[in-house]
Write a protein of this length. Structure first.
Length: 366
């Protein structure tokens, strides 16, 4: 849902403008970083020093085709745009961020071949002629030799991933190390958000990127619980993201550096962020073990849960008012959509995001 009440850019020149960004998840951090690059005086409001937002829990999958099964053409196109933007963002940050663009392998067990075939047919129908150029059906696939026993697989060529922890750490480091008097951190909850105002402080513009914390101000915004597990599995050597066909969940295995793997994710209509359930833990770990027996000796490094902010139609929100822009509702597609959504939101206000991605750090801040 995009509400563009601003017909013209907010300012001819944003340099020196005082802006507030409320929320330092992936949307808020990207927004603050671009505003910093544009020469704004940026004030970031974030209560979460313990890094418990859903942006830290996320797997960082950039999988527009895999998500197309249950999403629409808008999500797909925004996702493709973000996939193309991420390498430029990482290069411009000039800090180490794990990024891999070797695609996704979709697999199934014999008992779930019907679910697999349905998935393939949905992608064929939605992608049309693009299916043959971006997807490949593999009989006896050898892209991942350790998964040969799973038989037929679908290779989604143009998908990628970023490490969510490293990405946010890099963005926050750049914000904290920016030019003097350009970025100010307020480690507290923003209780009162209005056009041009946060907690009684005045700003030229306010960007509300709070995620689920903004539910009281955005009708229909609700939480969708997700649970993930990080393991260290020295006996497993998988290079690509693996999507496992499952009748209940969209289960994936995302390889990280040093034989670490993120396994997820459940999807429960709830804003509960309490500890992971026994049922979910068993289902996720059993799914991983069924794909590769080497996960039997894996060590569990983390069990994480969070609630994703979702709209009723699962579309992202860009809502412009004079002095206030709300960006929200990215659901399970945070890293997949954030660059494209932020680019669209800021572009409507006269900030050309792409112009700052090829100029290096602090290009226009001095």
């Amino acid at each position: 849902m995009i509400s563009d009440t601003m017909a013209m850019p907010a300012f001819k020149n944003w340099h020196g403008k005082k802006v507030a960004v409320v929320g330092a998840g992936i949307c808020g951090s990207l927004t603050a970083w671009v505003a910093q690059q544009a020469g704004c005086e940026v004030h970031v409001f974030e209560p979460d020093r313990d890094k418990k937002s859903c942006s830290f829990t996320a797997a960082g999958m950039l999988a527009p085709m895999a998500e197309l099964e249950s999403s629409d053409d808008n999500i797909y196109k925004l996702g493709l745009q973000s996939v193309s933007l991420w390498p430029h963002i990482i290069k411009a940050l000039e800090l180490p961020v794990f990024h891999r663009d070797n695609g996704t392998l979709v697999v199934s067990h014999r008992q779930d071949v019907g679910v697999f075939n349905q998935f393939v047919n949905v992608l064929k129908n939605k992608l049309g002629e693009q299916f043959s150029s971006s997807c490949e059906l593999l009989e006896g696939q050898n892209l991942e030799p350790e998964l040969k026993n799973l038989g037929t697989a679908l290779y989604l060529k143009n998908e990628a991933q970023v490490d969510s922890h490293q990405t946010l750490a890099a963005l926050h480091q750049r914000l904290q190390q920016g030019p003097k008097n350009k970025v100010h951190w307020h480690w507290l909850r923003a209780e009162h958000i209005k056009p041009h105002q946060v907690n009684e402080l005045e700003f030229d513009w306010v960007f509300d990127c709070r995620g689920l914390a903004a539910a009281a101000d955005i009708p229909g915004l609700h939480g969708v619980r997700g649970e993930v597990i990080m393991v260290h599995a020295p006996q497993v050597n998988i290079a690509r993201m693996v999507r496992v066909m499952h009748p209940r969940y969209k289960i994936y295995i995302v390889p990280r550096e040093n034989n670490r793997y993120m396994i997820g994710a459940t999807e429960i209509q709830s804003d509960d962020t309490g500890p992971i359930s026994v049922r979910s833990t068993l289902e996720l770990l059993s799914a991983a073990f069924s794909v590769h027996s080497g996960f039997a000796e894996a060590r569990i490094l983390a069990l994480d849960t969070n609630a994703r902010p979702a709209t009723m139609d699962h579309q992202p929100i860009i809502d412009h008012q004079t002095g206030l822009t709300r960006i929200n509702g990215l659901y399970r597609h945070g890293y997949l959509l954030a660059p494209a959504v932020v680019e669209k939101a800021l572009g409507a206000l006269g900030i050309d995001v792409s112009s700052y991605l090829n100029q290096g750090v602090y290009a226009d801040c001095i």
